[in-house]
Design a protein around this ligand. Structure first.
Ligand SMILES: Nc1ncnc2c1ncn2[C@@H]1O[C@H](COP(=O)(O)OP(=O)(O)OP(=O)(O)O)[C@@H](O)[C@H]1O
Length: 478
């Protein structure tokens, strides 16, 4: 079947970019992706964190006739995007478990007209499985008003990927029911196997002539990537971090930096950052310790009341005093889009390579240099492995989860390669990026080796401790 030709494909998309999205120019490849979408193709986009993937479906949605359905796994991500679109005067809404009954009624009535005014409707994959919602979309489609399906964070479709969600598998319904409606899928974290799986599940591989694939490098050259080695016996994370952050504050207090900051009305301590921990308790206790040491840190985890979470997020985004650093569990991850995050610290080993990449991807979204370091200990590796092994709920992709963790451990323990090159290799990117002293290996490989040798507990020690049951009680913390 030839790609569906859209009536407005000749529109000046640069004009729409400036008028509706208030941006001066496209970033590299955005124009080609948007043109492919407007040409009626299915589109697969794989690009680095902060590339600007959302614009690739938002701009066509403004130009095309009809509604674009955006499937997104994260409520926070939806809410952020819908608010930004509304602020730009674009008719966008979201429909999920948090939508108020009035708003839900309004959206449903809009769909039932068959000619919805809504340009972009953000929904969860769970909602797409509901029969009432499906009937409403069929009605819209009969009126030729279903413009496109965009599937964000498309790696959630694959059992080989991280964050697998079973309702994503049911999205095959879209191609089966609306064979003429183009589909766009976007992700920052897929390897060749995950990519194939996405195309297969969505049935896009059945019409290879329709699809345009854009594979961009995952490289984030403005992030300085570093591993800091530690061990239970001599756990120096807190003192090491405090030394680092206070040194940053000192540099900002020194002239001429202080005068520059004063001119920009910026506080010395406004060095915006995120520290990822893995347990809620540590999230609370660490942020309290940092506050005791004069650092403006706040906890963020799933169990906090909704209004506290919203307040924390708003104050952090607005650079308010006392809210410079968010100490978060992974509940605070994909999709956070604050431009001036200057550092991301992993207090503990994340559970997957993809999770690590997504989380460091919150830093430096304005393109300026930003610092990312991860405290790695072999004891933590043992704890996370145990947690994955004991997590029976996720046994459908247990092996790929373990493989991803092992790849991350290998990355941390590899002292003979560029961190950026290792990330590219993991995601199957063949071109090795030039690294401008932007990782610990390229900055000082001798120092890296020395820290590695001095910092870690021996493998024998950790496995003896494991056999004696030292880590058994820790699994629940993660
Ligand atoms: N052409 C552009 N000019 C300037 N800013 C842009 C442009 N395109 C996108 N942006 C901005 O870049 C930021 C990142 O975009 P977006 O959130 O879509 O990234 P993403 O590729 O989805 O990243 P992630 O996978 O990390 O969520 C946003 O603040 C967006 O407004």
């Amino acid at each position: 079947m030839p790609p569906l030709q859209r009536v407005n494909s000749c529109t000046d998309i640069g004009f729409t970019l400036r008028r509706q999205f208030h941006k001066d120019d496209f970033r590299p490849h955005q124009r080609e992706i948007i043109e492919a979408a407007l040409g009626g193709h299915d589109v697969y986009v794989q690009a680095a964190t902060s590339f600007g993937k959302s614009l690739c479906f938002q701009l066509p949605a403004v130009i095309d006739q009809g509604i674009t359905i955006v499937v997104s796994p994260l409520l926070s991500l939806m809410i952020n995007q819908v608010e930004a679109l509304k602020a730009a005067g674009i008719d966008a809404s979201s429909l999920n478990s948090n939508t108020s009954p009035d708003e839900r009624d309004r959206i449903q009535r809009d769909l039932e007209t068959g000619h919805p005014r809504t340009r972009l409707l953000y929904v969860t994959p769970e909602l797409c499985s509901g029969s009432r919602f499906r009937q409403r979309l069929q009605l819209v489609h009969r009126q030729k008003e279903l413009a496109r399906i965009a599937i964000d964070e498309a790696h959630c479709i694959s059992e080989w990927g991280h964050d697998f969600r079973k309702d994503f598998k049911r999205l095959s319904w879209f191609r089966e029911t609306f064979p003429d409606v183009p589909i766009m899928c976007l992700t920052a974290t897929a390897n060749a196997q995950v990519r194939q799986d996405i195309l297969k599940v969505l049935r896009l591989d059945a019409t290879p002539e329709r699809i345009k694939t854009f594979l961009m490098s995952p490289e984030r050259g403005n992030l300085h990537l570093e591993i800091r080695y530690t061990k239970d016996e001599d756990d120096n994370r807190l003192s090491d971090f405090l030394k680092w952050i206070h040194a940053v504050y000192e540099r900002r207090r020194a002239e001429p930096r202080q005068s520059e900051l004063a001119k920009q009305r910026e506080r010395t301590e406004n060095v915006s950052g995120i520290i990822y921990t893995t347990s809620r308790d540590e999230c609370e206790s660490l942020s309290a310790s940092l506050r005791d040491a004069g650092v403006g840190a706040r906890p963020f985890h799933a169990k906090l009341p909704k209004d506290v979470k919203e307040d924390t997020l708003t104050n952090w985004i607005n650079n308010e005093p006392g809210y410079d650093i968010i100490v978060a569990t992974t509940a605070f991850g994909m999709g956070i889009d604050k431009d001036n995050v200057r550092f991301v610290v992993h207090w503990r080993l994340p559970k997957s390579f993809e999770g690590y990449y997504q989380e460091v991807g919150r830093a430096g979204r304005d393109g300026n240099a930003s610092y990312c370091f991860l405290y790695y200990s072999r004891e933590d590796l043992e704890r996370v492995s145990r947690m994955i092994k004991s997590d029976t709920k996720a046994d459908s992709n247990y092996e790929s989860r373990l493989r991803s963790l092992q790849a991350l451990a290998y990355y941390c323990e590899n002292i003979n390669a560029c961190r950026h090159a290792s990330i590219c290799k993991y995601f199957g990117e063949e071109t090795i990026p030039a690294c401008d002293f932007a990782c610990d290996f390229h900055k000082n490989s001798d120092d890296l080796e020395e820290r590695f040798v001095r910092g870690l507990a021996s493998e024998e020690w950790v496995s003896t401790q494991a056999m004696q049951g030292t880590y058994d009680n820790y699994a629940g913390d993660y």
